[in-house]
Design a protein around this ligand. Structure first.
Ligand code: ZN
Ligand code: ZN
Length: 236
């Protein structure tokens, strides 16, 4: 695990998405869980840091893609953590409904997700979130609903520290071509790619010091930078 900001750590050598550990008075909280096999790596790294994984109070899921919820079932089974996600995303996490698919690639991804061990096992969302809600984690995390990549994709903002978790709204680097730079998720991965930039505009006025995305290296600006500036300078 690597420290990204005060109370925020990034797990290393996972196979799925970036997973962040938030350490605060509320105990331990995860943002996303990677692939199924990552659950074990997450536990080992928490222990290695001298923390107690049984204090894993809650897991916030940014959205229901398999590379973000693969480890969820295993972790909840072991630690009985609360699972939080946007209310529109809950059915896809609980397995009572399937994410809408627009492209062939998405249908393949859904199919692959079902094939992963634990991939088709739904996990109960114990707290369904709404836009604007405040979580008692890391001195207050605000939920921002940013649909487009999936209907219930969300971002989390810790205003004071300028820490923004943006899930797959923004990538740092292109996952297929390897080209660097901040960008939107490849269109083929998103349910409604036209809505993605509109959602990103909801963040334009936010000053970030640590932008923690689901894929690629987090962007850290010690003095803070306006999201509007980052969005303007984005790669195609
Ligand atoms: Zn992802
Ligand atoms: Zn995704």
């Amino acid at each position: 695990m690597r420290k990204i900001a005060q109370g925020v750590y990034l797990f290393e050598e996972l196979r799925g998405c970036n997973v962040y550990l938030l350490v605060s008075e509320a105990g331990l909280t995860l943002v996303d869980t990677g692939l199924a096999g990552d659950a074990r790596r997450i536990v080992v790294q928490i222990e290695k840091a001298g923390l107690d994984p049984s204090e894993l109070q809650s897991i916030v899921v940014t959205h229901a893609h398999a590379d973000h919820i693969g480890g969820l079932a295993g972790l909840v089974q072991r630690f009985d953590s609360d699972v939080m996600a946007h209310q529109l995303e809950a059915p896809f996490i609980e397995g009572t409904n399937k994410l809408p698919t627009r492209t062939k690639l998405q249908r393949t991804m859904t199919w692959l997700g079902d094939c992963f061990p634990g991939g088709n096992k739904g996990t109960k969302v114990t707290r369904q979130l709404e836009d604007g809600e405040r979580l008692d984690v890391l001195d207050g995390l605000r939920v921002i609903h940013t649909p487009g990549h999936t209907p219930g994709s969300l971002c989390l903002l810790q205003e004071e520290g300028g820490i923004l978790f943006c899930g797959d709204l923004l990538f740092n680097g292109h996952p297929l071509t390897g080209r660097g730079g901040l960008r939107y998720a490849p269109q083929a991965f998103s349910v409604d790619p036209d809505e993605v930039p509109r959602s990103a505009q909801k963040l334009a006025q936010v000053t970030v010091k640590a932008l923690c995305m689901g894929h690629g290296e987090p962007i850290v600006h010690e003095r803070g930078v306006q999201m509007a500036e980052l969005l303007k300078a984005m790669s195609d």
